[in-house]
Design a protein around this ligand. Structure first.
Ligand code: B4P
Length: 193
């Protein structure tokens, strides 16, 4: 059976969102991007969005409690709908979450409650120069040189420790994120079998 509970980890601009969206479609997985969910809150100008907007614009991480509340409610909803036998995706793909050890530990506890262990953690690896090029090309509000540099620093300090955390649990597989979108998708597909 194909692996169907997946995490995508990697530096900003590695292409997590790009690959996650396509993979979720191909395999009928629930795609949860904390970045997209936060941006939706910002656009809707909710209380949560107002709190997140300034933090995101600085390239820092939004508070763990806030992000966790979002992920928890979505995963619990899906689990409840599965146990009622309703149609819908049976697996999920978390893109950009967790982003630090506290989030990883909270996720572990949540998934243990739901009896849904992680099958695979995909680490997308790319050089800083290429990350910078891709993000400047994308041109989102938080994609300017200074903020990108800060996001890379935040990644190194807070997110990169997840690599050892998941490697130790024998869940981590690294993928070279340089090349065409299709070539990278094929590399990821090979890990799912
Ligand atoms: P995210 O939304 O997660 O975005 P990202 O890491 O910047 O980008 P990603 O790796 O998904 O790259 P993409 O596919 O778009 O985070 C944004 C902010 O949200 C964070 O800084 C933080 O403030 C907040 N946040 C999110 N999750 C959080 C959490 N768990 N806790 C706290 N805060 C959180 O690709 C980038 C560009 O490259 C695109 O233009 C794409 O078209 C291009 N591209 C992709 N693949 C390519 C390829 N193979 N070749 C050439 N270009 C490619």
């Amino acid at each position: 059976m194909t692996k169907q509970r997946l995490l995508f980890v990697g530096p900003p601009g590695a292409g997590k969102g790009t690959q996650a969206q396509q993979l979720a479609l191909r395999h009928n997985l629930l795609h949860l991007s904390t970045g997209d969910l936060l941006r939706a809150e910002v656009s809707a100008a909710t209380e949560l969005g107002l709190e997140a907007a300034a933090v995101m614009a600085r390239g820092e991480l939004v508070s763990d409690a806030l992000v966790l509340a979002i992920v928890r409610s979505r995963l619990e909803q899906q689990s409840a709908s599965l146990s009622r036998g309703e149609p819908g995706p049976s697996g999920w793909l978390l893109d950009g979450f967790p982003r630090n050890l506290a989030q990883a530990e909270a996720l572990e506890a949540l998934l243990s409650d739901l009896d849904q262990p992680i099958d695979l953690v995909v680490l997308m690896e790319l050089d800083d120069d290429l990350l910078m090029q891709r993000l400047l090309g994308r041109g989102r509000a938080d994609d300017n040189t200074e903020v990108i540099r800060h996001r890379l620093e935040v990644y190194r300090q807070q997110t990169a420790p997840l690599i050892a955390y998941y490697r130790q649990r024998q869940l981590l597989q690294a993928v070279d994120a340089e090349g065409s979108i299709e070539a990278i998708a094929e590399r990821i597909e090979r890990l799912l079998a």
